[in-house]
Unconditional design. Structure first.
Length: 187
């Protein structure tokens, strides 16, 4: 590496150095949403799998207790319902990453490619607004219900509503990853 002597050489050296640093920082920053997205997807899948199993087992337990032993439980329905809420709301964010949410696309695929790309960015913007609302109002809702408890379980409703802001946060991570990949497919 040579040391610049003239002012124009110094400016060129400075620009090259800044470009190199920005490229290095940018390449690291570009990987952050992918890494966070992979970890978030793994956690969502694990939480979803465990809660789905909890839901199935608690419903099976309730059916056996009610119809075989004639001794229904007071907690199994609440546990199954709240497990289902978590599975569905977290699954929504996973659908954002995989682009597997319900859609009507017969009109979009008949449009020119550029318009499809524009609609892709519109979709990302609308989902980002929706996810931001999930985060802000979901957190507010969860914090407001810290003292209220779930009937049958005795846990604060906060833990049930916490899935809403977590799902919104995961949606935002997945959307950032989509933007970095420049995946503008409309749906």
């Amino acid at each position: 590496m040579r040391i610049p002597k003239t002012l124009s050489d110094k400016a060129e050296f400075l620009i090259r150095t800044i470009r190199t640093v920005l490229f290095a920082v940018g390449s690291v920053l570009m990987r952050i949403p992918k890494v966070l997205g992979d970890k978030a997807e793994f956690l969502i899948r694990m939480i979803g799998t465990v809660l789905f199993a909890v839901m199935i087992v608690s419903i099976f337990y309730e059916v056996v207790m009610r119809y075989v032993f004639n001794a229904p439980t007071f907690w199994s329905e609440a546990l199954a319902r709240n497990s289902m809420i978590w599975v569905v709301v977290l699954g929504l964010s996973l659908g954002i990453r995989k682009k597997d949410n319900i859609r009507v696309d017969f009109m979009v695929y008949r449009m020119p490619g550029r318009l499809q790309a524009v609609l892709g960015y519109v979709r990302i913007a609308l989902v980002a607004v929706f996810a931001t609302i999930f985060v802000i109002y979901g957190a507010r809702l969860a914090l407001t219900n810290m003292t209220q408890t779930v009937t049958g379980l005795g846990i604060p409703v906060f833990w049930i509503y916490l899935c809403v802001p977590l799902s919104g946060l995961c949606m935002l991570i997945f959307l950032a990853e989509t933007l970095i990949k420049k995946d503008t497919r409309p749906f």
